[in-house]
Design a protein around this ligand. Sequence first.
Ligand code: GLN
Length: 207
Amino acid sequence: GPRVGVLALQGDFREHLAVLRGLGADAVPVRRAEELEDIDGLVIPGGESSVMDKLSRAFGVAEPLKAAIAAGLPVYGTCAGLIMLADAIVDGIAGQESLGGLDVAVRRNAFGSQVDSFETDLNIPQLGDEPVHAVFIRAPIVESVGEQATVLARVPDGRVVAVEQGDLLGTSFHPEITGDTRFHAYFLDKVRARVAARTAESVDAAV
Ligand code: GLN
């Protein structure tokens, strides 16, 4: 299968590695810049985005990762990972930065202190007729969606909780803990398509 990294600085990266391996991907933890060089796609897990931001900069992964995203690396971010992928964070802690890539603004911990965590079913036509059971844990919302990004899912009150933009994918919730592998499979389709396109390009260049 394709070689897919999971950013393993902090958060629930083990769960993502397990889901990706279950789907046949060659999934590897990524902690250092060099490890970005031989992956076909990357998952950024849930956790705490402000900590992930600090660690990614301290470990020298943030800048190479931004460059890789700009060069077209497929990336899927869940929860804190979505915050990392957002071009803007409405309420980051002082000095918090994101990697960017998704043309959206997110608000952290957006579902209020009373309901830090909740579950709901989402209709996502791109993933089939069966609703996706979504688990939200101190989850962000996508507060505004720019022209480049597309909404994939909303909670029943209309707030946006899943977006995509080319080979970038972000969800406020955590498919890696529900046993529903459709989001990861959807992401792996993007990764495989990218690998195929790259292979075709290098064949073209060689003939
Ligand atoms: N509240 C966390 C943050 O702001 C995200 C929580 C999660 O990833 N489950 O990064």
